[in-house]
Structure formats: C-alpha cells, structure tokens
Design a protein around this ligand. Sequence first.
Ligand SMILES: [Zn+2]
Length: 253
Amino acid sequence: MALYNTRALVIKSINLSESDRLVTFMTENQGKVKCVAKGARKVKNRFWGALEPMSLIHLIYFGKEHQSLFRLNHCDIIESFQTIRDDFDKLYTGVYFLDLIDSMILEGHREKKIFALLYQSLAALNQQTELEPLRRLFEIRLLSLSGYAPQLEHCVLCKSLPENGMIAFSYAHNGILCNACSNRARIDIQFSTGTRNYIKKLLDVEIKTCERLKFPKSQTDKIEKVTHRLILSHLGRELKSYPFIKNMAEFSC
Ligand SMILES: [Zn+2]
C-alpha cells in the first residue's frame, strides 16, 4: 500500500452511494487520479467543502500502485478560485477546461506540464476579464501536450514553406498545406498569416498575460475554427459545457 502526498486540482465529484463520493483529481505528481471519498456526502465530514470542482487542494490518498481507484485520506483547500464561481462566463470556461482535461487525459499519464497548464489557466481565469485568448490558449496547449500540436511552420505533407497570401489548413492532416499539396488534399479552412501568427503566439505567450493578445474581431472566429475544431476532430464529439460559453458570447454581443 502506498501513500501519496501532492497538490491537486479537483476535476469532478460524483455521488457514489448514500454517503460516499467518487472524485477525479489532476494531481501535480501522479497525473489524473480517481479516489473514493468515504462519508464525503455527510455535512460534518472532514472532506466537506474541499472537493468542489476547480479547487486547488493539498491531497493525501493511498492505495496499491497501478490500481485505478484510490482512497482519499486527507484534503485541505489551498485556493478555491472564488472569483471564477461568481461569474457565469468564467464559470462555464473553467468547467470547459475541466471537461477537456477529463476527456483528453488518461489516468496514469504523469505529465507535470498538464497540471501546470490547468493551474495557471485557472489562476488567469480568476484574474482576467478578456477570456477569448485564454480559451484558445488552453485548447491549443492541451492538444500540444497530448502530442497533437498542429503543424503551422511548413506544409504538413511536403515541408515547403507557405507562400504569401491565404494559408490552407487541413484538420485531417493537422497542419497547413502549400498550394501544390492543396490540390491533392482537402482544404478545411483558409486563414491569413495574421491568424497563423496569433495561434503561434498562443503556444508560447505567458499564460498570466495572455489577455494582452487581444484578438481583432475579424480574427476571433477564424482562430476558434482552428483550435476548437482541432479539439472536436481529436475527441470526435462536442463537450457538453462548450455551448454554454457560445451562448454567453452571443448574449453579451
Ligand atoms: Zn506541400
């Protein structure tokens, strides 16, 4: 039996029985982990209040190595990101980030950079008011950390550099196409060099200052059509939380 001691973000918490909850965490050291929280549904339980999705906690859990379900032993809240919970637009965005992590990351995939991406993105969401760059940044970086970074430097098929003017992109090949290759592969979307440069910046800008990358209105849809569509083609489905973000955006226009 091993005891694990780590910082973690709460991804999901569901009822397991009349008194217990099943909680999914993104831990700093062990990747995505599922734990049974005994008695967590009872009001006076020691875990009460610390297992809300998005909270950063100090977590202690135990179980056999290589098993898929662990037992929660102790948790303390480090940061609850209350500002996110008080604003619907931020809340839906945060829930979308958690959904993406839950759908794209397998248990046992120990990658500290994924914990760091989620933690820094929630901290930025707590602070920032311009959320569009952060949403696109999260999508493209999660794809990249999962090994699905799109090829934006040169043609994905023949490696030649893009010509001036509009750039063709293929979702199936996950990259840009030169003029010659555009004739033999399906073009899904075309965008300007400016759009390509914004997407490249999303891959290396500091997360806490990403709202300074204000997308011009004309670029916002195009950038989403690349990063969000890549998520869709990778997952093969839309996430339940995403339409809420779209509805909020239309409501505020
Ligand atoms: Zn080519």
